[in-house]
Design a protein around this ligand. Structure first.
Ligand code: S3P
Length: 425
């Protein structure tokens, strides 16, 4: 699909964006291995989370979907059954990495694959710790890449230092640790999102965090729960940036998850002078939410580096768009993980924004972005990466003349109705 996006003179309104992708995936997975029913409201029905549902259906779990309400009929820790054919995670890194932690402990073997992007993403980061726990896991064509074959077994507890700040790897080990013979310890050099720890404990697990050391005891059982999914801050981020850079704008985004392991985008944009207010704070079973109010702002440049990077890893492409309109030169460092996302996001965002007239340079671990830009519309590529397509659309709102985004349909991975929101403003 080719999508035409036109500049806007102002943006105003109160919006609600879809449910959090990370939390939606986890609610299905944990519900599947819990006893009893898990009822999820506000579920994100984007392609990635639907891939998780399809995988668990193939593993013998009954799952009912009614709009954004999902009922998972859990079968307990030992209730999954060997799938008849290969599990397919589509484009979803979260699905393949987290489910590997569960499959590593099953008394059966299975194969799992995904689309061409998934087949290029590194799986050694989960193969290594899960193999140390005793599972047999390897790439069928190339050692560390999907398609993978996983031979589940009885697992041993490990002590493991995460080589990268990755919630997907941490979560795979935590899921495996539920089935292990003893206490598993994970050391996290820099904190990554902690939805797994929060939700698994809510389902009955025993996971503690002592100064970055995560300690998980095996459990006999998890219990099905009701889960109300907050709106995704990663989706809200597009409209936070749009509200800051498009003149005369005032947007309120309702009921957004503001877990502090995810709010780096708000902190960094505020550091740049962004007028962002957090109002109506609430708590949803350990996951805080709030409304986010944004007004057009005069931004200035910053250097973005260090521990804030994992707290906004998925928002860095749209952060780069904000930086184009800030006063001064913004530098992004320590963001090499962007190279192994759905696309090489350092390369793809710089290449495409340049087509719109941006002065932005790729570096080994980030980018250098010249501010005070005057962008013009252009024909750009999504690289089949949802967050690249949406970031380019936000840039297009503040560019001269129309922009055409090729392969724009990939937004359905995390935000199927994204273009309707832009058109309705
Ligand atoms: C996610 C973790 C992050 C993030 C991804 C979702 C999760 O990946 O980029 O979109 O739900 O755990 P990494 O663990 O690779 O950093």
């Amino acid at each position: 699909m080719r999508k035409y996006v036109y500049p806007k003179k102002s943006l105003s309104g109160i919006i609600t964006v879809p449910g959090d992708k990370s939390i939606s995936h986890r609610a299905v997975m944990f519900g599947a291995i819990a006893e009893g029913i898990t009822e999820i409201t506000g579920f994100l029905t984007g392609n990635d989370c639907m891939s998780t549902i399809e995988c668990f259906k193939k593993l013998g779990i009954n799952i009912e979907i009614n709009n954004d309400t999902v009922k998972v009929y859990g079968k307990g820790l030992s209730g999954l059954t060997k799938p008849k054919d290969t599990l397919d995670v589509g484009n979803s890194g979260t699905t393949i990495r987290l489910i590997s932690g569960i499959l590593a402990a099953q008394p059966f073997s299975c194969e799992i694959t995904g689309d061409s992007s998934i087949q290029k993403r590194p799986m050694n980061r989960v193969i290594e710790p899960l193999s140390l726990m005793g599972a047999k896991m390897k790439g069928l064509n190339k050692d560390n890449f999907a398609p993978l074959r996983i031979d589940g077994t009885k697992l041993k507890a490990i002590e493991y230092v995460l080589p990268v700040a990755s919630a997907q790897v941490k979560s795979a080990i935590l899921l495996a640790s539920l089935f292990a013979d003893d206490i598993t310890t994970i050391v996290e050099p820099i904190a990554s999102r902690n939805h797994t720890e929060i939700m698994l404990n809510y389902f009955g697990a025993d996971i503690k965090n002592k100064n970055g050391k995560i300690i998980s005891s095996p459990v006999k059982q998890l219990y099905g729960k009701t889960v109300s999914v907050p709106s995704d801050i990663s989706s809200a981020a597009f409209f936070i940036v749009a509200g800051l850079i498009v003149p005369n704008s005032h947007i309120i985004i309702k009921n957004v998850g503001i877990n502090e392991t995810r709010t780096g985008i708000i902190d960094s944009l505020k550091l740049m002078g962004g007028n962002i207010q957090i109002i109506n704070k609430k708590d949803k079973i350990g996951e805080p939410t709030a409304d986010i109010e944004v007004k057009t702002s005069n931004l200035h440049s910053i250097t973005l580096e260090g521990a804030i990077i994992p707290r906004m890893i998925d928002e860095i492409p749209v952060f780069a768009v904000a930086a184009l309109f800030a006063n001064g030169t913004t530098i992004v460092k320590n963001a090499e993980e962007l190279k192994v996302k759905e696309s090489n996001r350092i390369a793809t965002i710089t290449e495409e924004l340049r087509k719109m007239g941006a002065e932005i340079k790729e570096t080994d671990d980030g980018m250098i972005i010249q501010g005070n830009s005057k962008l013009h519309g252009a024909e750009v590529e999504s690289h089949n990466d949802h967050r690249i397509a949406m970031s380019l659309a936000i840039a297009a709102l503040n560019a001269e003349n129309e922009t055409i985004i090729n392969n724009a349909e990939c937004v359905s991975i995390s935000f199927p109705s994204f273009y309707d929101y832009i058109e309705k403003f």
